[in-house]
Ligand binder design. Structure first.
Ligand code: FAD
Ligand code: SIN
Length: 539
């Protein structure tokens, strides 16, 4: 079956949905999303969105903080553009109905601005500690009321549909994107979704690691699909580990927001002593890479399984009012955070690299755009400044909208007949254990060998293992019917391989990439790590 549309949006987080709402004024929009429409990293965002929203702040401050934290790799023109566009995009969200928390101080309606690591000013607009849930609900509500937008839940994009799949395609023609092959997860059928414009908004890849703050959807699908299709990807060695995820056997990936440290939360070892003063003048509010490495180093030295985040010195009323979600969640695990410090550990949180795009979200493939966490625009450099990702997703989705409607108006597009998905005589698998075994193995060695602290030896080990697993997956993929689990396994393996290859290429330590064999920054290596599928990578 073929489904035709003007705009195909893959993913229903802040990037995909905010784009879809705007694009719907110019054509039919189809959103495919692999679980329920709300399920996304966006839905779990806590701290908020960074932007210059107070008289005490200025664009230059936000730009300088982003550049400093990005450790020499941010693209200054992108930083300036995103920062300057921030307040307008936040105003738009508020007009759509997002109920940002307001300050109780001063006159008039001013946002209550939170503070996070690396920021020199309070500039994080938030909805208490559940900013993402509020944004996602508002966007989904608007999408549901929009007759121009069709949303397909439980539909996983498997691969991009490239011009080479057009019947009678001339091999000399430039390659472009015509949509995607999409798996209806419930029916087990793969259909073609053809589109004039395709937008990747598939989010992050935290699931490549054993411990992560990300929900199950974060398997790096957009990055893997684009890479397989021949697109350039960049800076995937820069994986951000959030310093404070709840440490509890039953708390699967629950984040303790950095805004808690912004409100005075103190990091302690289990014996109660503090340690951040040894690592950075900004202590608990140092950039995230520094705090995560400090915790990792203290845990390795003491052998403790976690550290503590202590807010017991704050007024209980304030904690319950400002952090209602975190308070309730911890209480459900028997931790009253007004009286007890919270056990925390670092976990994989955000992928700074992704599909390489220009300032308008255009990838290296014609008619293929990317925005949000799956893209690499140059904003984050070697380390993302906290709360800059929701901002980037909004700003770039808006620019993709402006650019893609120009494309639509400029170019005549006719839907060529395309080859349907080829099952290649595949049969049902009788050995699904291969999937779970490889899934666990990848996430474990990525955590141990390609985590917060890396070395040449560990990277070489990881490379040997991923190459072996990739061969196994390729064979399995050829022989058995494609399921959602197999699609995700293939994607985490691809993203893991790109992360390893990128980390091998960066022979220095910078931002989030720390290799004990090259502990210093090398100013001669100041450049993006750009990879394509055709390159040969050695470690
Ligand atoms: P997502 O919101 O992750 O959406 C991706 C969508 O793509 C999902 O709908 C998913 O189902 C779909 N999808 C994926 N693969 C496929 C496929 N193959 N086929 C079809 N659909 C697919 N950032 C901030 O700036 N501030 C914060 O306070 C903040 N807090 C965070 C807290 C947590 C716990 C987490 C996990 C992240 C946080 N972040 C925060 C990061 C931020 O939430 C994300 O970077 C951002 O929401 C990404 O938005 P997105 O639209 O790009 O992707
Ligand atoms: C948090 O609330 O700590 C997450 C903020 C972010 O990842 O930007």
């Amino acid at each position: 079956m073929e489904h035709r549309t003007d705009f195909l949006v893959i993913g229903s987080g802040i990037a995909g949905l905010s784009f879809a709402l705007k694009a719907s004024r110019y054509g039919k929009v189809t959103v495919v999303t692999k679980k329920g429409r709300i399920e996304s990293n966006t839905n779990y965002a806590q701290g908020g969105i960074a932007a210059v929203l107070s008289k005490d702040d200025a664009f230059i401050n936000h730009q300088e903080d982003t550049l400093r934290v990005g450790d020499g790799l941010c693209h200054p023109e992108i930083v300036e553009m995103v920062v300057k566009d921030g307040p307008v995009r936040i105003k738009e969200l508020a007009e759509w109905g997002v109920n940002f928390s307001l300050s109780k101080e001063g006159e008039g309606k001013n946002y209550d601005l939170g503070r996070e690591g690396g920021h020199s000013k309070r500039r994080v607009a938030h909805v208490l500690d559940f900013t993402g849930r509020e944004i996602e609900n508002i966007l989904v509500d608007k999408i549901e009321k929009n007759p121009q937008i069709n949303i397909f839940e439980n539909h996983t994009a498997v691969d991009l549909l490239m011009k080479s799949k057009a019947v009678g395609h001339n091999a000399k023609e430039q390659n472009g994107c015509l949509g995607a092959y999409v798996l209806d997860v419930e029916k087990g059928v793969i259909s073609t979704f053809t589109a004039k414009i395709t937008v990747l908004a598939t989010g992050g890849a935290g699931k490549v690691y054993l411990y992560t703050s990300n929900p199950d959807i974060a398997t790096g699908d957009g990055i893997a699909m684009a890479y397989r299709a021949g697109a350039a990807v960049a800076n995937l060695e820069f994986v951000q580990f959030h310093p404070t995820c709840l440490y509890h056997p039953k708390a699967k990936s629950f984040l303790i927001s950095e805004t808690m440290r912004g409100e005075g939360g103190i990091l302690r070892k289990i014996d109660g002593s503090t340690f951040m003063e040894k690592y950075h003048a900004m202590r608990e509010l140092a950039p995230r890479d520094i705090v995560a490495r400090a915790i990792d180093s203290e845990m390795k030295r003491t052998g403790d399984e976690h550290v503590l985040l202590d807010v017991t010195h704050k007024k209980p009323f304030f904690i319950k009012e400002r952090f209602p979600q975190i308070f309730q969640k911890c209480l459900s695990f028997g931790i009253d955070i007004t009286k007890q410090p919270i056990p925390v550990v670092p976990a994989a949180h955000y992928i700074c690299g992704g599909v390489l795009t220009d300032k308008d979200g255009q990838t290296s493939i014609e008619r293929l755009y990317a925005c949000g966490e799956c893209a690499c625009t140059g904003l984050h450099g070697a380390n993302r400044l906290a709360s800059n990702s929701l901002l980037e997703a909004l700003v770039i989705a808006h620019r993709v909208f402006l650019k893609s409607i120009q494309d639509l108006q400029k170019n005549e597009f006719s839907f060529p007949p395309v080859e349907p998905w080829d099952t290649m005589g595949a049969t049902d698998s009788d050995e699904t254990v291969v999937i779970s075994q490889n899934w666990d193995e990848i996430r474990m060695f990525m955590w141990n060998y390609v985590g917060i602290v890396r070395s040449n030896k560990r990277l070489a080990r990881a490379k040997r293992r991923i190459e072996m697993i990739q061969k196994e997956i390729a064979e399995y993929y050829r022989n058995f019917i494609v399921t959602n689990d197999l699609v995700e396994l293939r994607n985490i393996a691809t993203v893991a391989e790109i992360i390893i290859n990128s980390a091998c290429l960066r022979k220095e330590s910078r931002g989030l990439h720390y290799n004990i064999d090259y502990p210093e920054k090398d100013e001669n290596k100041k450049g993006d790590t750009v990879l394509t599928r055709k390159m040969i990578h050695s470690c």
